[in-house]
Design a binder for this molecule. Structure first.
Ligand SMILES: [Zn+2]
Length: 346
């Protein structure tokens, strides 16, 4: 990741139209019962399988890939691989593999949830495991998918919504972070999805796959003590507010551990460069769930299991599980969070 300042056009009109995403005075019963469906053993098990050095092209990388695929398939999701080669500094030609688990794969619109599963290459530290960066987000995504998938099929949707669980490959720079040496997987997938067009069921409207993403929620740097997740994009503020609201409600219901509220109702105009960049450039609404300021172990050998803060992980996991479920539950028509005529400069 890298941080730069950017000027965002502030428009709050779009999310006001979707007030039902924000104004939960109290958690509905279905959400509260889902909050109690924890599977912390699975969360820890998933993390233990991912928390190994997994630099692109290494044997650990392949092991994690196999694990992610077999887990997603075991939840009944359809798994698609996006495999390609690209030259990288130091390593030369590398094979990258994005892994996408799909719930309701033939839907017309999608909620996309993403993180990266590669770990950063450090020439002097072959044991770097990238716990918060981004093994924990991967384990959370698996745990959320495992728990909610059986319950989603019970929801009678008026809309035709699916979920994409995207595990990006090659987020990390091999040498120095730049537009070329970073986010290899997300650059490839965003391009591929923008080039694939299909007809919408019923209306026959022609749309690219990338335009079928209603929002991309990107998880990164999760699991450190005292993490804070702010809102970076005005057009998805309603969704960020929903996270804030869910966390407050769960706290009131005594469903959270400790008193550290991780989701802050504050806006940051720091652009944190990450896997969302290629999607943002193509106008995909983004919810960037990355802790800022970055935790102190970021890109250090100390980003390991010993420095994880499990109450924060379990709390984040629970809040995000409810967020995902509620998004599908209240979704009765397609939601447009896209800016109109945004003159963006990233
Ligand atoms: Zn990193």
């Amino acid at each position: 990741m890298a941080i730069a300042k950017t000027n965002l056009f502030l428009s709050f009109s779009l999310f006001l139209a979707f007030n039902n995403f924000v104004t939960l005075a109290k958690l509905p019963d279905y959400a509260l019962s889902l909050a109690k469906l924890n599977d912390d053993n699975h969360l820890e098990y998933a993390l233990s399988k991912i928390l190994i050095p997994r630099v692109v092209g290494s044997s650990g990388h392949r092991k994690v890939q196999d694990f992610l695929i077999s887990e997603l398939e075991s939840y009944g999701l359809t798994v698609e691989l996006d495999r390609f080669s690209e030259r990288a500094p130091i390593f030369g030609n590398l094979t990258f593999t994005n892994i996408i688990g799909k719930y309701n794969p033939n839907a017309d619109e999608f909620l996309a949830i993403a993180c990266h599963y590669d770990s950063k290459y450090f020439p002097n530290n072959p044991n770097f495991v990238g716990a918060i960066d981004s093994a924990v987000p991967c384990a959370i995504m698996l745990n959320v998918a495992k728990i909610i998938t059986p319950h989603l099929s019970k929801i009678k949707q008026k809309s035709n919504l699916g979920i994409l669980y995207i595990f990006f490959d090659g987020e990390e720079a091999f040498k120095d972070w730049s537009n070329k040496d970073s986010v290899y997987g997300s650059r490839h997938l965003a391009k591929k999805m923008s080039e694939k067009v299909t007809a919408t069921q019923g209306t026959n409207e022609i749309k690219s796959d990338i335009d079928r993403i209603e929002v991309l929620a990107l998880l990164d740097l999760i699991g450190a003590r005292n993490s804070k997740f702010r809102n970076f994009f005005p057009n998805t503020e309603a969704l960020h507010s929903l996270l804030v609201n869910i966390e407050r409600n769960l706290f009131d219901e005594k469903q959270l551990e400790g008193k550290n509220f991780q989701f802050l109702a504050s806006y940051s105009d720091n652009f944190v460069d990450d896997d969302h960049r290629p999607f943002l450039r193509r106008d995909v609404p983004i919810l960037h769930l990355i802790s800022t300021p970055f935790p102190k172990q970021w890109h250090k050998p100390s980003d390991n299991a010993a420095n994880l803060h499990w109450p924060s992980i379990r709390n984040f996991n629970k809040v995000f599980r409810l967020f995902t479920y509620i998004f599908v539950f209240v979704h009765d028509e397609n939601v447009n969070f896209r800016f109109k005529n945004l003159n963006a400069n990233w």
